[in-house]
Design a protein around this ligand. Sequence first.
Ligand SMILES: Nc1ncnc2c1ncn2[C@@H]1O[C@H](COP(=O)(O)OP(=O)(O)OP(=O)(O)O)[C@@H](O)[C@H]1O
Ligand SMILES: [Mg+2]
Length: 641
Amino acid sequence: MASRNTSKRRFAEFLERFRSGYYSTETPDGEPGTGASENDSSGSSESDGKLSPERKQKRRGYLRQYIRELWPHWRMVLMLLVLALIVAGLDLIQPLFLRHIIDNVLLVEAATDWKLAQLHTIAFIFLAVVVVGQLLGIWRSWSQRLLNVRVILTLRRALFERMLRLPLDKLSEMKTGGIIARLTDDINTTTGLLQMAVISPGVAIIRLLIAMVILFVINWKLALTALAVIPPIMLISFIAIRRIRPVYRAIRKDVADVDGRVGEAFQGVRAVRVFSGEHREEQEYTIGHHTITRMQMYARKREIILWSSWGFLMALISVVIIWAGGYWFIRGQATIGDISAFQIYAFMLLNPVWQIVESLSELQRSMAAMERVFEIINSPADKPDRAGAINVEPIVNEIKFDNVWFSYNEKDYVIQDFNLTVPGGSIVALVGRSGAGKTTITDLVARFYDPTRGQILLNERDLRDYRLNSYRELLGVVQQEVFLFDGSVRDNIAYSNRGATIDDVIHAAKRAHAHEFIVNLPDGYDSIIGERGVKLSGGQRQRLSIARALLADPQILILDEATSNLDTESEQLIQQSMTELLKDRTTFIIAHRLSTITHADLIIVMDSGEIVEQGTHDQLMSREGLYTEMVRRQFDGVNIF
Ligand SMILES: Nc1ncnc2c1ncn2[C@@H]1O[C@H](COP(=O)(O)OP(=O)(O)OP(=O)(O)O)[C@@H](O)[C@H]1O
Ligand SMILES: [Mg+2]
């Protein structure tokens, strides 16, 4: 890392990557270098713009899908195109008025009255054309916006809907940043595709063609001279877009990285302080922004050079038109009106040229964004129901693990040959050292994951044969890591049951022994608890979470270290109310503090994903095995209750 400790070095690294074309290609997985690591292989391995046949085919599929998405709006798309053409036409005939007035009114020998009359008429029509053109232009922009927001809304909704249901591993792979980026930037860029790929270049080409035809009809010699400057202009636009845009893209990404770290630093500000990380964070931030400044200056420098040459060319066109036009005027082959009209047309040509070049380059970016969006929309939701899946009846007679194997990565099995029968209504405690696989077992019960091999049966039917939604209604889960929303206490408890009345909420809170502390909060049940519940203590968060699970009145209750942050007294209080509570439920309890599970109907001692012992507390104690050892260590050792 030492080698990266100056902005100069980092800038040099950036230059190297930039020159190798690293930033000029779009990958389907995001902006280049999304991997956040230096030796990122995913971004650079995509060779410049050359797509593999499969990806091309995929892209075509997505494009068809996008067009289908647009299909309900085809009238609007058509109208937009027609409007754009009319506006372009009205724009393009404007210089002709000037030419006509100069050549056929101002400069002809005729009576003053006739000239004035002509002038007024033509100028009035001119004015009308300008006004109508502007009004239609406003209408066009408005319709374009309207279409855009409609498509954005549809896509965004579809994407969000799918993201909420994606398999957990896929989501954690995308990370929060990636999820947000897809919902915002990618959706916006995808929607721009219509404008970029169809409307803008279409209109620009037609504009260019109309303008050229007019120019050649007016004066072909002058036209040829003036058009000679178009190729260099195209070249400059092309360079500008190809060589400067990527720098800005790289800058945006770096800014996101540096500022992302800022977010982390402040979220974990305690860790930063404790480990005296202020200086390191400060350095990281300063160097990061210094590198960004260098990159910005680099982009600016190139921009200035390019824009000055662009400006030079613009001036050059004027000179050429005056010079060549003057020459042909003197020789009687051009009129003053021609020259004036050409001056204006020359500038009118620049815009479409720029737009065509821009579309070409933006197209790639929009396509990549589109791929990212549709890839998600098309990916299968987490565990779609099997054909013929049935609704579960709300009675639990038995839950049975039948030779269950499970692996997170299809290599190492964290659960191995797990067999267990849990009669309905019983309390099963899972104990074992950290990493033994306890949470994994309950995740399998909750169907956050499905067994890799074997099956879990509920009432002698594979869990996968039940509709997931109906099955989840049986479940209440209090997880090891409590998750609360920024909102009121009441809303957080009622999250599990939207229809709950305040009385239900209070009742649940009382049973979770949360009521006492809630009424002491400044606004009672309406107190806002801050992001992720930061304004509460760990134990308070756990109690809210228990209340939430209880309010759902679940048949199957999973308590994963649900009371680990509580003092022994509160824990025992909850335990007492729990015994009452757990009566008709099937409960899985995970606890490190063994004193809290002695009353369980069945204690499962796990090690490395396997059951090593099982039985009631008394049975296990008389066996003098691992459980006894664990209990002794806790009671004799540090854990004094
Ligand atoms: N999302 C995941 N991806 C890959 N491996 C995982 C994942 N979650 C857990 N593991 C691995 O699976 C094993 C079992 O983890 P699990 O969370 O079930 O342990 P645990 O018994 O609940 O431990 P603890 O008491 O510390 O909560 C561990 O070795 C862990 O590294
Ligand atoms: Mg765990």
